[in-house]
Design a protein around this ligand. Structure first.
Ligand code: 5GP
Length: 255
């Protein structure tokens, strides 16, 4: 439909050219494709308006072995997209050089972490590479309800717990993506290249990577890792497509 200013004389006329009907209202002529108008203009407004729609947020679970680039993907997406937030996990792992508390992780002692487990503050938690890691409910639930998408970068055990979560909101919001490195050599190179682990830690992560990769088929989406930009393009397409699912929308009452 197209709106055009009526002349000041507000002449009343009804004309048709081709299959386009021109109908004058008080201030506008309304061009109604294929329209047939009788008497007063009926309500041609849409059955639902965008302003009435509320979309529930996505809980986007991203897994993959250390060095697969999943953390970088999540950070980049949340930085570029105002509707997406990265949920900061809690961990008992000591911070690496340059990591900041509250930005990369909430760094906790084992006692502090266990107190939060006891207080049921975690959506899920697991022991990974000898340390505890967990997703705090406070990082997720309010954001989902306000229509924001939440990205969490967690291991395969954490993803399995969220899949089985009894809370319907969490269950319905979840999408899961596995980042699959193209081969083992590339992974070793990437891990060595980032230089954040000593030899012993590196060996443990490589051993665990093998185990993690066995679970890729449990995920709805798999990104076979290529360049950072190529991975990001596919990642964005998945999230944007999932955002459009009809079931994610609720119609709110009009004012
Ligand atoms: P890193 O020590 O390299 O930061 O993370 C080690 C592993 O822990 C990664 O596989 C990462 O996805 C996982 N991880 C990070 N946060 C969480 C979390 O909140 N829950 C679980 N289950 N795993 C996490």
């Amino acid at each position: 439909m197209e709106l055009a200013r009526a002349g000041s004389s507000r002449r009343r006329f009804l004309s048709s050219f081709g299959r386009l009907t021109v109908y004058p209202t008080a201030d506008y002529q309304v061009l109604i494709p294929f329209g047939i108008c009788h008497g007063d203009i009926p309500d041609y407004g849409p059955a639902v308006k965008a302003s009435q729609l509320h979309r529930f947020g996505l809980l986007c679970v991203v897994s993959g072995p250390s060095g697969s680039g999943k953390t970088t993907l999540c950070h980049r997406f949340s930085e570029e997209d105002p509707m997406a937030d990265y949920a900061v996990s809690a961990t008992t792992r000591p911070p690496r050089e340059g990591e900041q508390d509250g930005v990369d992780y909430y760094f906790l002692s084992r006692e502090e972490f266990e107190a939060k487990v006891e207080a049921r503050e975690f959506l899920e938690y697991a022991e990974v590479h000898g340390n505890l890691y967990g997703t705090l409910k406070s990082e997720v639930t309010n954001r989902l309800e306000s229509g924001h998408d939440v990205l969490i970068d967690i291991d395969v055990q954490g993803a399995a717990s969220i899949r089985e979560h009894r809370n319907e909101t969490i269950h319905d919001a979840m999408i899961d993506i596995f980042i699959l490195p193209p081969d083992g050599d590339g992974l070793i190179e990437r891990l060595r290249g980032r230089g954040t682990e000593g030899e012993e830690e590196l060996a443990l992560r490589l051993k665990n990577a093998r185990e993690e990769m066995r679970h890729w088929q449990e995920y709805h989406y798999t990104i076979v890792s290529d360049s950072k930009d190529a991975d990001f393009t596919i990642f964005s397409s998945i999230v944007n497509g999932e955002r459009c699912r009809t079931s994610r929308y609720r119609v709110q009452d009009a004012d």
